[in-house]
Design a protein around this ligand. Sequence first.
Ligand code: 5AD
Ligand code: SF4
Length: 484
Amino acid sequence: MSKSSRGLGHELLDESLQGSPTVVSSHPTHTKKLYLESYGCQMNYSDSEIVASILDEAGFATTRNSDEADLILLNTCAIRENAEQRVRSRLRQFKSAKAERPHLVVGVLGCMAERLKESLLEQEKLVDLVVGPDAYRDIPNLVKQVEGGQKAVNVLLSREETYAEISPVRLDSNGVTAFISIMRGCDNMCSFCVVPFTRGRERSRDPKSIVREAHELFEAGYREVTLLGQNVDSYKWNLDNKGQVKDPNQPVVRFAELMEKVAAVQPDLRIRFSTSHPKDMTDDVLHVMAKHENICKYIHLPVQSGNSDVLKRMNRGYTREWYMDRMAAIRRIMPKCAISTDIMTGFCGETDAEHEDTLSLMREIRYEMAYMFKYSERPKTLAERKYENDVPEETKSKRLQEIMELQRENGTARTLAMKGKTYRVLVEGTSKKRDDQFFGRNTHNAVVVFPKGDAKPGTYVNVQTLDCTPATLIGEITLEEADA
Ligand code: 5AD
Ligand code: SF4
């Protein structure tokens, strides 16, 4: 699956949890082969590109075929229990492969590393190597340690590591769209969320290295970058956690200023970002978006619940009213901005009435797109320690169905409203269903397919949309001016 086919949400659609193998070039001097599989969010896919770069330096070429690999790494996700189960069953498959090829090294990276290091290494003996998200520079040493007959672990979290100067190897790339990681970790402590424990404290990457990466991508033919962070609205450079300037001789850069800088790289380089946090999203950011045509008019703004008491238990830091105020600001500053969200159903103590509030909020906002989940209790989190996971599984499923049904209606209505309009579309590649058609996206992140004509991937065309399915616009290239 190419990355371009993925949604923009922090967490990917469930299909992505199956993991996807990745391939890089086979370098002539590289004697060893790495097979790397990634699970979870875009941040994890972006991290895999850093890992591939570190291992490229250490002489590993990447392969798509696990049978020919010397090193197999799974970059894992811990956000919900089912994500972890998938990884475990995959590891059991590789354990049998190891029985046949004893020299094979198998390792776990990412969010499952810290918590499961003992059970994966010692009890179940599924892996040789466990590496947490801040220790990727150590992988070549750790692999050597394993080759010397030892098990190897490094799950230390860091307050500084941002891999700022490492040029990621673009894996599975369409050559048109790419991710740029702008920060790591998270300080929010939402009560349901394992991320602060798996990825550690929040830290922002040097804006110079971010802008440089955007330039390099443009030079290499890329035309869209997605700035990634767990909470991009709290990006800050040269400010400490109390908001004090660290170095008076250096400029302060917040997310709005960072976007200005990246938008200035090239007018033909589109910018997206993910994920925004309703408590931190300022009007400044919205004004910068409105001002620059190359910043896409699309915001992923996870709400989680439409009820203020549930939001309080979730420790989200905002109420329903606050969220609706942020929505009003978006509509005021960018009337045509598309909005997507994450919704979690069946959180501890959620009543029918509280669930109804989520449905009513969805009816009010009419999201273009939503990623919807059943609450899954995660170890160490505040919710695990403080609340009972007391909503029965059938109730969670029933509520999730209701939410998904409503979103289907909203999403379809939203796509229908785009029918007949003309959009500027960045051509990403050949449509999966039809060889004679291209697909791309409009500014609102809606997928558009159209006959290829003379267009080329990595260029912009205006497409008039003639028809649609619930999630895709169907159109043809036109010389007419675009509506958006
Ligand atoms: N259970 C279910 N969904 C979760 N998410 C985060 N933690 C959990 C959990 N424990 C969802 C939230 C978040 C998205 C990335 O995943 O909706 O925004
Ligand atoms: Fe991404 Fe880790 Fe969170 Fe999974 S647990 S969604 S990989 S940050």
